[in-house]
Design a protein around this ligand. Structure first.
Ligand code: HEC
Length: 132
């Protein structure tokens, strides 16, 4: 009797933990989207080169699109892994979709020369912009 109750409690706790890990849209929060990574990524994005083209908070500006995920130009699904990849590699001039965006996006934030952990942090922040 006692054991069965313990097992049920453990099951309820496990289900609650699973629910908590899910975003409202049913998309699971990627493992690297931690509070610490989002905070570091926010600082790197909004003090570094990203905001010069994408605007503060990634709202979009003359030279680069909004990152709110309503309509991606380069990304397909907006997954965390795709975001890591595009930040690492950048967007070559010839690959730019909207001709209003005049300058290529350099990999690793160009002069910021982001390390892998920094790319992961910026990607965590960018992921949150389309998963509010
Ligand atoms: C020199 C301007 C510039 C800078 C600096 C820049 N980007 Fe970009 N970014 C672009 C352009 C241009 C595109 C592609 C837009 C297009 O295809 O029309 C792009 C695309 C993206 C995309 C994909 C958007 C989509 O609609 O699919 C992401 C995500 C992104 N940038 C994140 C970043 C991050 C994070 C940084 C900083 C590390 C950064 N960018 C710095 C110009 C820039």
């Amino acid at each position: 009797m006692f054991r069965r109750a313990t097992i049920s409690l453990a099951l309820v706790a496990a289900s609650l933990a699973t629910l908590a890990a899910c975003r409202p849209g049913g998309v699971r929060r990627p493992a690297l989207v931690t509070k610490a990574n989002v905070a570091l990524g926010d600082s790197l994005f909004n003090n570094g080169s990203c905001q010069r083209c994408h605007g503060k908070g990634g709202i979009g500006a003359a030279n680069a699109p909004t990152l709110d995920g309503k309509k991606w130009l380069q990304l397909k699904t907006g997954s965390y892994d795709e975001i890591v990849k595009i930040i690492t590699e950048g967007v070559a001039q010839a690959a730019i979709k909207d001709p209003a965006h005049r300058f290529s996006m350099r990999g690793r934030g160009g002069p910021m020369n982001l390390s892998d952990p920094q790319v992961q942090a910026v990607a965590a922040y960018v992921w949150t912009l389309s998963h509010k």
